[in-house]
Design a protein around this ligand. Structure first.
Ligand code: NI
Length: 176
């Protein structure tokens, strides 16, 4: 297991659609997933997508505080409902946060790391936001593409105590 360098938004791989994984019975895929989990945790992220570590593949990991880590292989959004504005950041856009449009609920299907089909029905809150954010990465999309308005992107203190968070950190729904 290893912490990998996280690429920033000027790298072309972040704008490419990742390739689908054909088989999960593959030692290099399993190693990549373990390294992505280490890298996400090292950066205090809520999620990380393979293109962020230079691999143009349909693989993402998400870890919502106090929940089990979620590994998504070839994930697809099946349904979204509603719209909301939330604050967001990205490990590949260090030093910035923005206000973006996201869905209220998100339903996805994917394979887990063992190749078994999983489905997450009507996710809400931070999980819904992270699912949209990470699956966007696998399609070459960054949160900068969803800003509510051009000026709704701001610099944060370079030495802020708040860690750089992937997806979110301060979701605006009540009760979180
Ligand atoms: Ni990101």
């Amino acid at each position: 297991m290893a912490v990998l360098p996280i690429l920033t938004a000027d790298h072309a791989v972040l704008r490419q659609k990742g390739k689908k994984i054909r088989t999960s019975a593959n030692a290099s895929l399993q190693r990549l997933i373990d390294d992505m989990i280490d890298t996400m945790r090292d950066a205090y992220g809520v999620g990380l997508a393979a293109p962020q570590v230079g691999k143009s593949l349909q693989v993402a990991v998400i870890e919502i505080p106090e929940q089990e880590v979620l590994v998504l292989v070839n994930p697809e959004i099946i349904k979204r409902t509603g719209q909301r504005q939330v604050e967001e950041g990205c490990l590949s856009v260090p030093g910035y946060r923005g206000l973006v449009w996201r869905s209220e609920t998100v339903t996805i299907k994917a394979l887990n790391r063992r190749g078994k089909e999983i489905r997450i029905n009507r996710a809400t809150g931070l999980l819904a936001q992270a699912l949209e954010h990470e699956i966007d990465h696998l399609n070459g999309i960054l949160y900068l593409d969803h800003l509510v308005a051009h000026e709704k992107l701001w610099k944060i203190e370079p030495h802020a105590v708040v860690p750089e968070t992937e997806a979110a950190g301060m979701p605006q729904e009540p009760g979180r």
